[in-house]
Every structure is written in C-alpha cells, then in structure tokens.
Design a protein around this ligand. Structure first.
Ligand code: ZN
Length: 387
C-alpha cells in the first residue's frame, strides 16, 4: 500500500475523507495508515502536521516506506472511513514562511547568483544561509522585491517532471535525483525542488520582513518572518516601542533620542557617583579610630557597600599597621579584614568561631559574613587582642 499524498498537489487542503488501511500499536500510541492523506509527514525543513483523524488527535505524522504514518492517541478501526482535519493554525504560518523563503532565495539567486546553503524554519522565524555576502542595502532591495511578488499575488504551482525532462529544466536545489522530483514554482520568480506544501498564491503570504543578517561562513545568515508571524513580531515591536516611549516620556518616533539621552545621563551619574564614593571612602578612612587598646581599627556601617568597604580598608591599612575590620550590610553582616602585621589566614578560624562567621582569604585580607549581632561583633573587636 502506498498512501496517496494529497498534500503534494494541494497545500491548501486541510479537510479530507479517507479509509483506514492499517492501525498498529506503537510505544506511545498508534500508527494509522490511510489510503489518502493531507497530513504532511515533515521534510524539506518543514515540520510535520498535527490535527485530528476521526475525532482522535493526531500528534504527528511520519513517512515510512512510502506510506504516511499518522500518530494517534487512540486506535482507529481498519476499513472505516474517517474524516481527517489538518490543524491549519499550525500548518498555514509555516507555509507562509516557507514560500516566503523560496521567493527570497529565488530573488537572491537571480540577482546575485548566491545559493541558499542552509535553511531553518523555526517556530518564530526562518533563518537562511547564502554562500555570498550581501549588504543591508542589497537585502532591503530583496525585501522590497519579495513583497512586490506578494502584492502581485502570483500562483505557486507544483510539478513532477519526468526523468527525461529534468536535465532540460533550470531550478534551485538540484540534486542527483532523477525520480520523484517535485518542483515548486513561484510564477516568474523561482523554481525549486522541495517536498513541502506551500501556499497556492503569493498573496496568502502577507508581509515578508527580513529582520537582520550576520556574516556567516563566508556568506550571510538572514532572518526572515512572514505572514501571521510577521504580524506577531510587528505587534511585539510596536508594544516595546510604546512602552519605551512611555517610560522615557518621549514620542515613539523619538525613542532613539530618548534612550541616547537617558544613557548619557546615566553615564554622567555613574561618574559623579564614583567621585562621591571615592571621597566618602577617604572621609570614612580618615575618621577611623582605633578600638580600645589599639587592637583593631573597626568600622560598622550598614549602609556601606562592598566597593566603599574595600576602599576604606585599602586607605586605612597603611596608617594603622594593625588590623582593619570593616563590617557593613545586614542579614548577614559582611566583613572585610585586612592586616599587614597579623596572619589573617591563621587568625580567621578563631574570629569566625567567635562570631558565627563564614569566609576566608589570604594572609593579608579576608572576607565573609558574621551571624552574631552588632553588639557582639563590636565587643569582640574592642576586647580581643588579635596580634
Ligand atoms: Zn522548500
């Protein structure tokens, strides 16, 4: 038995009647073979269809020795006539993108002589690789031409040339195959060997948008969206532009100026902030007084951050010669200890044990956290001789 493949001749056929020829139990359900089907089993870069068969969900389809296997959750009676329904909401956006890809590839080939050497039809966008470099201006031109092909609403047709005819024909994706070659033609624009279903007329594609490109393996990788996916993409970009415009309180057509201005203001703020922090660190370090008995220079400042704390430690250390302990933050309290006279790696286990601390470091510098409360930490550094 060989399934009659309705999708090969008509990509716009979604509903059909067929007879169940076989139904085999598989690992995850059942594999149903029909005498005819509109379910595309996947190929040519386009994923397989899903839908329903006799009311039972079809989760996928695949090709096996010329037959299309329909993967279903429940068995179907052999000999029964069933209604097949291909899920158009899944198939149609794929066809819009796929036919758009043929048009763009055909135009690039005709105008610049480059081949499409890689094609991926993803859930959101298409990528295609050309074996030659194209500029943004050239791709803008291709995009305009592609949309012109859509506006002209030209037919997309399928043909099965005989082995004798093949050598006389000019088409893309020419392989060594001589049998069962299926050609998809976009009238006046492109002829390409392809096994997937396509739209019947280019007007069905809707907008063709080239989102961008990168240099790739000596050529370019181009990103494309078309049809419903172009609408989804456009809607998301409009929403983003509107939100940015509202956040910056600038008109949408001025958002680039708005973001440029906001970034410049943020840079200036960062610079003045850095200057303030340097000055703040100097002031704190200058004010640092030795704890009782000159055991350690100690500072507790819950508002300080790691940057200020580190600066204070580095500024204070040469003046003290002893230990500088800076505690900052809360829950947990963070610490930085530094010393030029005491081996902190040796002293740290005792300090951590006394104050519920965790952390480590080098002989001259250690960092970590204390779980003891502020009073206990202060008392410890006031009363403990760490030298
Ligand atoms: Zn194709």
């Amino acid at each position: 038995m060989t399934t009659e493949k309705l999708y090969e001749k008509d990509g716009t056929l979604y509903d059909f009647d067929a007879t169940v020829l076989a139904c085999a139990k598989t690992e995850n359900g059942y594999a149903v073979t029909l005498d005819r089907t509109a379910f595309f089993p996947g190929g040519g870069g386009q994923a397989c269809d899903v839908g329903r068969l006799g009311g039972v969900p079809v989760t996928g389809a695949s090709l096996s020795e010329g037959d299309v296997l329909h993967h279903t959750a429940a068995p179907l009676a052999v000999g029964a006539t069933v209604r097949g329904e291909v899920d158009r909401s899944v198939r149609f956006p794929r066809m819009q993108c796929h036919t758009a890809e043929h048009i763009v590839s055909g135009l690039v080939h005709a105008r610049y002589g480059f081949d499409n050497v890689g094609f991926h039809l993803g859930d959101r966008e298409v990528t295609m690789d050309f074996n030659g470099e194209l500029t943004e201006e050239q791709l803008d031109g291709i995009e305009e031409q592609a949309n012109e092909v859509v506006f002209r609403d030209v037919p997309v047709t399928v043909s099965f040339p005989t082995p004798a005819e093949l050598p006389t024909l000019s088409y893309r994706s020419k392989l060594d195959l001589t049998e069962n070659v299926r050609l998809v033609s976009v009238e006046g624009v492109d002829v390409c060997a392809c096994c997937a279903p396509h739209v019947a007329k280019t007007g069905e594609i809707g907008l063709v948008r080239l989102l961008g490109f990168i240099r790739y393996k000596g050529g370019v990788r181009v990103r494309l969206v078309a049809g419903i996916r172009a609408l989804t993409d456009y809607r998301a970009r409009c929403r983003a532009a509107r939100e940015v415009s509202e956040l910056l309180s600038v008109p949408q057509e001025k958002i680039v100026d708005g973001v440029t201005g906001a970034l410049a203001a943020s840079d200036a703020l960062a610079q003045s902030n850095a200057a303030f922090r340097r000055r703040l660190s100097e002031l704190i370090a200058g004010d640092l007084t030795p704890t009782d008995g000159n055991r350690a220079y100690f500072l507790f400042d819950t508002d300080a951050d790691p940057d200020v704390a580190r600066r204070v430690v580095n500024l204070a250390l040469p003046a003290t010669g002893g230990i500088v302990a800076v505690c900052y933050g809360k829950d947990p309290t963070r610490y930085i200890l530094a010393s030029s006279s005491v081996d902190l790696r040796a002293a740290l286990p005792g300090i951590n044990a006394a104050l519920g601390g965790r952390g480590g470091g080098k002989p001259g510098m250690a960092e970590g956290t204390f779980s003891s409360d502020r009073d206990a930490i202060e008392r410890f550094f006031r009363e403990t001789d760490l030298r």
